[in-house]
Design a protein around this ligand. Structure first.
Ligand code: FAD
Length: 428
């Protein structure tokens, strides 16, 4: 039976990054992916910040299957009868090293897995790891069906539902209130139509986030990203609230598609893909133990994902944690020490990187984002204020501040707005 230096479970961004670094450094690495190919079972919204991947594979955008470069960010507060949006464009985001990338997982993960193979690792796709092997109380390999694969270290990169991290004693089930349910459609449209509708040229792309009526006031939001020849349109909704509301995410997505802001953007499009996936969203509050003897847990499996309401960063956190896990494995190999003590270096590396520093800076965000007023009240309030400002009814106008004060008074109180702003200041 062949013994591997390292076994990686999961061919998503975390697993591929980890396997790539270890294989490039000369370790004998085996990566298991349960999907028929890496990416087959995976989904995300699709806007991805690139610095971490650029460190791993310099100028990756020259060869990776990038759909578009994000040059336009829109934050839209969606009300019943319209919306109020902040539309940001930067010409600086149009050139290398770019700022954000829009990608589709099936193509992107497939490309990453190819890089892993080129680096010298074995990628075993279509093989699900069912269990861990233990020796003298520490993880010593994995089991696929009845077959055993021993190794010095196992990197767990098996995503949000990681059964293996539970078997390793690193975590328990994540709670519904700590997760968001994501649903998404990929809607095909001709390239020129997309560029006209979103005011884009060449490979420019738009990332649009929606807050408000699209989730019927439940914590969460909508997203729309422009691919080359399609749009990624979806919702993420806090799972605990969704379950309590008895609403279905798929129904809400259908409703979202019929909102006038969306329906005209997707008009004439053809849905070619539908997917659903969970997101771990409570940051540091839900982060499990990261290391045990013989095993490390990375990416979504360790809840290493940042959601501030303005941005959702999962993939580059997954890549960064995969790289830190690989670095830890390489140091452990040099010392020939794979004990929990030796592998605690992993947490140290994450603390030195943006991963744990960002999660710490925004540790208040997950609790702040549970405030229903963000989704129910403020989008409607903004809509009413701007509708009143931009409307003429033939009567003498009131001062703008007077209009704002009257609408706020009708809807809520100044004190609760100041209190929400104060909480926002501390959280995001
Ligand atoms: C709706 C939605 C929108 C998102 N939008 C964005 C976004 O715009 N930008 C962003 O940066 N992030 C986004 N994310 C988050 C991002 O997708 C994740 O943070 C990231 O994919 C985590 O990577 P990972 O490698 O840890 O896990 P995953 O990508 O989940 O990969 C885990 C892999 O492990 C495999 N696997 C699982 N169990 C086993 C097993 N037992 N044996 C073998 N293989 C196994 C799976 O098939 C999968 O390939 C979004 C997520 C969702 C759900």
């Amino acid at each position: 039976m062949e013994r591997f230096d390292a076994i990686v479970v999961g061919g998503g961004p975390a697993g591929c990054a980890s396997a790539y670094v270890m294989a490039k450094a000369g370790l004998n690495v085996l990566l298991f992916e349960r999907g028929k190919f890496a990416g087959a079972k995976n989904m995300w919204g699709g806007a991805f910040f690139g610095p971490q991947l650029n460190e791993l594979i310099p100028e990756f955008w020259k060869e990776a299957p990038v759909e578009r470069f994000v040059t336009r960010h829109v934050l839209s507060f969606m009300a019943e009868n319209g919306s109020t949006s902040l539309d940001f464009k930067s010409t600086r985001f149009c050139a290398a090293p770019y700022n954000g990338f829009i990608l589709l997982r099936a193509k992107f993960d497939g490309w990453m897995a190819q890089k892993v193979e080129q680096a010298g690792a074995i990628v075993a796709a279509g093989m699900r790891v069912d269990d861990l092997l233990f020796q003298e109380g520490r993880v010593s390999g994995v089991k696929v069906g009845d077959e055993e694969f021993p190794s010095d270290i196992v990197i767990l990169a098996d995503g949000v539902n990681s059964l293996l991290a539970k078997k390793a004693g690193l975590r328990s089930d994540f709670l519904p209130e700590d997760m968001k349910q994501g649903v998404k459609e990929v809607i095909e449209l001709p390239r020129e139509t997309i560029e006209q509708r979103f005011n884009l040229v060449n490979d420019e792309g738009a990332a649009i986030e929606f807050v408000g009526t699209c989730t019927r006031g439940l914590p969460g939001g909508g997203f729309l990203y422009t691919n080359k020849n399609s749009l990624s349109l979806g919702l993420v909704i806090e799972l605990g609230s969704l379950v309590k509301s008895k609403l279905k995410a798929s129904d809400l997505l259908e409703e979202f598609k019929h909102h006038p802001d969306i329906s005209r953007l997707i008009e004439g499009g053809r849905t070619v893909e539908y997917s659903a996936h969970l997101i771990p969203c409570s940051g540091l509050a839900m982060m499990p133990k990261l290391a045990t003897g013989g095993a490390l847990v990375t990416g979504d499996a360790a809840a290493l994902l940042l959601g501030t309401g303005l941005i959702l960063e999962g993939a580059n956190f997954a890549i960064a944690s995969g790289m830190a896990a690989a670095q830890t494995a390489l140091e452990a190999k040099e010392k020939n020490d794979f004990s929990a003590g030796s592998l605690s270096r992993y947490e140290q590396l994450l603390k030195e990187s943006f991963v744990l520093q960002d999660l710490n800076t925004f540790r208040g965000a997950p609790a702040f984002l549970k405030n229903r007023r963000i989704y129910e009240l403020y989008p409607e309030l903004a809509f009413e204020i701007f509708e009143a400002i931009f409307q003429s009814d033939g009567m003498p106008r009131k001062g703008t501040l007077q209009v704002v004060k009257e609408i706020i008074k009708r809807r809520t109180s100044m004190i609760s707005i100041v209190s929400d702003l104060w909480k926002a200041r501390k959280a995001i």
